[in-house]
Design a protein. Structure first.
Length: 473
């Protein structure tokens, strides 16, 4: 290849690199031919040749009388198929590898795509911290006292008001404040089940839920789940006929890791099915405010008429995970949850509760939610573009309409556990599929967080994963 040929390849690689690093994003205009010619010190014809090469690769497209643009996502990668887990209850053992994945976030040199941590660089977070600092200086004795269950009344009022968006009519007395959503889930599990009992879960399921089930000595029964529609109600109905279920624990809105959002009709059918059988539903609603399209989806509890649904949520994914502000609406199990909260942790942190109540009351949280929804949607779209361009053939990936989690099926024969260890050696944190099943299934899957890292880090992380997959690692 002559010098001119090398130069137009360099032009193309310059644009490719900017797309990979997120400097140029899908739908954005790239530099004009003359502008890039001056910037790189090459001829106009060389830039035209380079842009022609990028058009052949379908990376860019010309628009008449406008210029060249990074090609927008026109085809999403196919999603994985419905899961087919084991059909009998099993003990859970996922703690060791889960702890490794969670602790990886402590390393600043690691590209964090393994943990489900949100971004926290939004103005609302700074506003909340200013409120915290202001409260800490106030000579109010209530701020230095135990915040006994069910928790600070001002915060419970704000939570009850926000439940309207979820289609739930609640009073402050219905709310129990907890140390994050995880404590709410554990308290609700303890309220409905005893060691040795069986809990039905979606499959794959968030490993934090599996850890809670494991710590309480419960058994888990995995139910087949579709990445687009959610849990199979037919399979759940059959499981209820075969096994004495004490509860069903699901994330109907943008589940972790599949990202599906159940339709209103299916949520109503789910609640009616469990109510008729007297089986409580523990609903993890933590991602529901992170919808990209339309209004916030209703919680399954919106169809609850008998107090059979125990709704759990927090501000950890939408505001600041360090707050540890969560809550439960335990329905008919309220008194038991309050007692369990008292004997397990006695109280919640007082200062964060008061600060959060003041923040929510001041207004602006809905504006904050609109901002982060837009940010996460942009990251999802960029992530899917990169997956198509960087990961090898045979990969299938979910395309959620909310949250910041993607579930990826890797090429046949890939071992997610081996990939996890190799990726960590290269400075990339991922969550391997076996973490999301009590029976160690999904060895050909990984979960990635596309919301926390910047565009350049995202591209670098996926490039490293691609290299490892191409090398058969």
């Amino acid at each position: 290849m002559g010098a001119e040929g090398l130069r137009y390849e360099q032009v193309a690689e310059h644009i490719r690199d900017q797309v990979r690093r997120g400097v140029l994003r899908p739908g954005e205009r790239i530099p004009s031919v003359r502008k890039l010619s001056r910037r790189l010190g090459v001829s106009v014809s060389t830039v035209v040749q380079g842009y022609g090469l990028l058009q052949d690769e379908r990376l860019i497209e010309p628009r008449p009388q406008s210029g060249y643009y990074v090609k927008a996502l026109t085809r999403r990668p196919p999603p994985p198929a419905m899961s087919h887990p084991e059909t009998y209850p099993v003990p859970v053992t996922v703690s060791e590898i889960a702890l490794q994945v969670v602790q990886a976030y402590r390393s600043p040199s690691v590209i964090q795509m393994g943990t489900a941590l949100p971004r926290t660089d939004f103005p609302a977070v700074s506003q909340l911290h200013r409120i915290l600092a202001s409260l800490a200086r106030r000579p109010d004795p209530r701020l230095r006292d135990y915040d006994m269950p069910p928790g600070y009344s001002g915060l419970r009022l704000q939570i009850a008001r926000r439940c309207v968006d979820a289609g739930v009519s609640a009073s402050p007395d219905d709310v129990v404040v907890t140390n994050g959503c995880q404590e709410a889930l554990v308290l609700c599990l303890r309220a409905v089940a005893e060691p040795g009992d069986t809990i039905a879960i979606e499959s794959p399921a968030f490993f934090g839920i599996l850890q809670a089930v494991e710590s309480l000595g419960l058994k888990a029964l995995e139910i087949p789940t579709d990445p687009r529609l959610g849990i199979s109600l037919d399979a759940l109905r059959l499981a209820m006929e075969q096994w004495p279920l004490k509860a069903v624990l699901l994330t109907p809105n943008f589940s972790n890791p599949l990202g599906y959002c159940m339709s209103d009709a299916r949520k109503g059918e789910l609640v009616a099915l469990l109510e008729s059988a007297g089986v409580p539903l523990i609903e993890d609603d933590i991602y529901a405010d992170l919808n990209y399209i339309g209004n916030r989806p209703k919680a399954a509890k919106a169809w609850d008429r008998t107090g059979n649904v125990l709704l759990c949520s927090s501000l950890s994914k939408t505001l600041d995970p360090g707050l540890r502000i969560g809550w439960a609406l335990p329905g008919r199990f309220r008194d038991k949850v309050i007692h369990l909260k008292l004997v397990s942790s006695m109280a919640s942190a007082t200062l964060p509760a008061y600060a959060t109540a003041e923040y929510l009351e001041s207004g602006g949280h809905d504006r904050h939610l609109r901002s982060i929804r837009k940010a996460y949607r942009e990251r999802r779209d960029h992530f899917l573009e990169l997956v198509q361009r960087l990961l090898p053939e045979g990969c299938r990936v979910t395309s959620p309409d909310g949250g910041f989690i993607a579930w990826i099926e890797l090429p046949h024969g890939t071992d997610a556990m081996k990939l996890y260890h190799r990726a960590m050696q290269r400075g990339v944190s991922i969550a391997p599929g076996p973490l999301f099943s009590p029976t160690g299934k999904y060895r050909q899957f990984i979960r990635l967080n596309f919301g926390q890292v910047g565009f350049e880090a995202m591209a670098k992380g996926l490039s490293i994963l691609s290299e490892l997959l191409e090398a058969g690692e």
